[in-house]
Design a binder for this molecule. Structure first.
Ligand code: HEC
Length: 207
């Protein structure tokens, strides 16, 4: 009995020491979203996430047949809703994506491409807790179909053409000011209207 109490006290002591060391490390260095999660953290997080997708759902294959039209739908949807974090090409290299912890992965790589259709669908519909990945589904068949289109589009990320990317740039969300500047420039180039004002300084972070 005595030895059990002794062992418990030693364990409590170790726990307290680890806690204190962590506390001092965190309070002296802070926690930055710029850091890159280590291989161990990434593996544990991805494994846990995989367990969190119900088996029946993970094994589903895409019920929507692939066609050029489906690809086009997915592309437009991605450019509008996903590219702010994931970039048009799926690399995740955007101002927002690079500043997140965890960062959006490069979805052209095998780590993402090896996820099942059902797993990709589940992630799009339900999001990923404690990360920046939002849930996009609302339980209706319409959004579910949109998510299956996106699954087809994600599969196509590794082979997007420069024309696809150009088309997507037009579809990326713009501020009213950007639209005005573009129209003014277009009118000037077509020979009408005054020369455009000095371009509005684009707001930059970290530059
Ligand atoms: C606000 C930023 C943000 C937006 C917008 C966003 N995502 Fe994400 N997404 C993330 C982050 C961050 C991760 C990484 C989460 C992690 O590491 O578990 C992620 C992960 C994913 C993954 C899992 C990839 C993998 O290999 O782990 C999929 C699939 C995905 N996103 C699809 C989408 C789709 C489709 C859209 C648009 C409908 C979208 N995301 C919009 C931030 C975003």
């Amino acid at each position: 009995m005595k030895s059990v109490v002794k062992a418990l006290l030693i364990l409590a002591g170790i726990g307290l020491t680890v806690g204190l060391v962590l506390f001092f490390v965190i309070t002296s260095r802070g926690i930055s979203a710029r850091a890159e999660p280590g291989a161990f953290e990434t593996t544990v997080a991805r494994t846990m996430r995989s367990f969190a997708v119900p088996r029946g759902e993970r094994d589903r294959s895409n019920p929507v047949a692939y066609s050029d039209e489906v690809f086009g739908e997915g592309k437009a949807h991605w450019a509008d809703h996903c590219a702010a974090c994931h970039a048009n090409d799926g690399s995740g290299e955007t101002a927002i994506g690079l500043g997140m912890y965890p960062k959006p992965p490069d979805m052209r790589l095998p780590e993402t491409q090896s996820l099942s259709d059902g797993e990709l669908f589940h992630i799009i519909e339900n999001g990923i807790r404690l990360t920046g990945m939002p849930a996009w589904g609302d339980g209706t068949p319409e959004t579910a179909t949109g998510s299956w289109h996106l699954v087809h589009f994600i599969r196509a990320l590794p082979r997007l053409t420069p024309e696809d990317l150009e088309e997507m740039e037009v579809l990326n969300p713009r501020s009213a000011q950007e639209v005005r500047d573009e129209l003014e420039m277009q009118r000037f180039l077509e020979g009408g209207g005054d020369p455009p004002r000095k371009p509005q300084p684009t707001h930059k972070h970290g530059g």
